[in-house]
Design a binder for this molecule. Structure first.
Ligand SMILES: CSC[C@@H](O)[C@@H](O)C(=O)COP(=O)(O)O
Length: 353
């Protein structure tokens, strides 16, 4: 069974409200670009690939209903610009917007409004299949790479945040690697961090693991170094919101400290991400804009206050792991690369941002 974060039939889109998981499974209609913007901003849907796919599918829903009238290109441009502004760190929405806009402009040279709408809708609908296919390749390349480095029958992985079916069109990236290892019968166990403050690990990764029978143990973020020392961790595998030219990687806050602890313990540290999460236009991680989220995500849980009233809060949603700490490699649908190899491997394959 694979969990579905996104339900799409031509002209209709629903998302699983991830704010209510794991206790309630509620699908909500997304009828417009504005609905998608709000769902992304409030994190009802989250995870870099899923953000881009839901954003673009919401546009397809509106186009199917005839939005844009005689000037769909302007409607598409304004919609994509709005969607890209919802969350700044993940690059996938910005990349999809750039590629889709280029496609729409080219199509508009030879097609009327109705034909243009149809071809843009098909381009968007293909994103779902492309993402799942890419994730399966990531899972396979990652599993083989990890297994090639160990003499043991089975491996133990530590992961962070949620990078599974709920964060993508399906299968997942870092959790896709875990899924592939499990399918090969070579996964002993995955340790998943709770992932404070939003708890994607305890609410979502744990939910996926339980639903799919993957042996998993939940730890708090502060137990990670101890887990590395005591639990014979074979590799740490995390996802990415943006991987830049030198391999520096923005991912859920807490990733950086995992990489430092992995280095200390001599454990390979991998980033698993589709090439759509890579951004060769930025040279180093210092150039990545880090989203800072509301204080309430730290000071309360489900509306229940847990912090001293009046305390000041800093709540960056992501951190940047320097490429020197990504010792295992960057697992993409094109293969596994060292950070120093990434730029050459992707040049010519990615559109400029
Ligand atoms: C395949 S998802 C990769 C990343 O987007 C994931 O690790 C992550 O950081 C998600 O953050 P979120 O704030 O939940 O959108």
């Amino acid at each position: 069974m694979t969990l579905e974060a996104i339900r799409y039939r031509s002209g209709s889109l629903q998302i699983l409200n991830q704010l209510l998981l794991p206790h309630q499974t509620v699908y909500e209609d997304i009828r417009s670009v504005q609905d998608a913007y709000e769902a992304i901003k409030s994190m009802k849907v989250r995870g870099a690939p899923a953000i881009a796919i839901v954003g673009c599918l919401s546009l397809a829903v509106e186009l199917r209903a005839g939005a844009g009238g005689d000037d769909p290109v302007t409607f598409i441009r304004e919609s994509l610009c709005h969607l890209t502004s919802a969350r700044p760190t993940a690059v996938n929405m910005g990349r999809a917007a750039r590629e889709l806009m280029e496609f729409a402009e080219n199509e508009s040279m030879e097609k009327n409004s109705e034909q243009l709408r149809e071809s843009v809708i098909s381009w968007i609908e293909d994103m779902l299949e492309r993402d799942v296919n890419d994730n399966k390749k990531i899972g396979n390349y990652g599993a083989q790479h990890i297994l090639s480095g160990v003499p043991r029958d089975s491996v133990t992985i530590l992961t962070h945040c949620n990078t599974g079916s709920l964060a993508t069109a399906g299968y997942g990236t870092a959790l896709g690697v875990v899924r592939s290892l499990h399918a090969l019968g070579r996964l002993k166990r995955v340790y998943c961090t709770e992932t404070r403050p939003y708890n994607q690990g305890s609410r979502l990764t744990a939910y996926e693991a339980v639903a799919e029978g993957i042996p998993a143990t939940l730890i708090t973020d502060s137990m990670a170094a101890l887990t590395m020392r005591e639990m014979d961790i074979t590799a740490v595998v995390v996802g990415a919101d943006r991987v830049v030219a030198n391999g520096d990687t923005a991912n859920k806050v807490g990733t950086y400290q995992l990489a430092i602890a992995a280095k200390h313990h001599g454990i390979p540290f991998y980033v698993a991400a589709p090439s759509t999460s890579c951004d060769l236009s930025l040279e180093s991680g210092r150039d990545i804009i880090i989203e800072v989220r509301p204080a309430e995500e730290l000071t309360s849980i489900n509306g229940v206050p847990i912090a001293a009233p009046g305390v000041e809060v800093w709540n960056p949603a992501f951190d940047v792991t320097p490429h020197q700490l990504i010792t295992g490699g960057i697992i993409t649908e094109l293969g596994v690369f060292l950070p120093s190899e990434l730029q050459a491997a992707l040049t010519g394959r990615l559109t400029a941002l």
